[in-house]
Ligand binder design. Structure first.
Ligand code: FES
Length: 119
């Protein structure tokens, strides 16, 4: 496991970027629970730490897709259709997976994470 930071550095409702083993990782805290995921949006790779919270979701700043930060699940992608007159050129464009979540552990007030994605 890799040490990330001290627990006190992760504030409630924050989205923090760390680079661990050359990977950008997002660590945040929602409802008192720490979570970690890949910082790359599963849709088109935008930096997730630039997003905002909406309930338990983080909303990607690029196309407003929403992901549940506690499960990683894609929960809302309605924003792909900007207006009634919007004509889709390629439906594959809007496809997206879920966030890649990582196991996180707290030992003696330090946050550690496993780089291997959660099963
Ligand atoms: S890159 Fe995140 S929603 Fe498109």
């Amino acid at each position: 496991m890799f040490r990330v930071c001290n627990v006190s550095e992760i504030q409630e409702n924050s989205l923090n970027k760390f680079v661990i083993e050359k990977k950008e990782i997002l660590v945040g805290k929602k409802n008192g629970k720490l979570f970690a995921c890949d910082n790359s949006c599963p849709h088109r790779g935008a930096s997730m730490h630039k997003g905002v919270y909406k309930g338990n979701n983080v909303v990607c700043y690029m196309h407003d897709y929403e992901f549940d930060v506690l499960t990683g699940k894609l929960t809302n992608m309605k924003s792909w259709k900007k207006s009634e007159t919007w004509v889709e050129q390629n439906p594959a464009w809007r496809a997206s997976g879920d966030l890649i979540m990582y196991d996180i552990e707290i030992k003696e007030n330090e946050v550690y994470l496993e780089i291997r994605p959660k099963q």
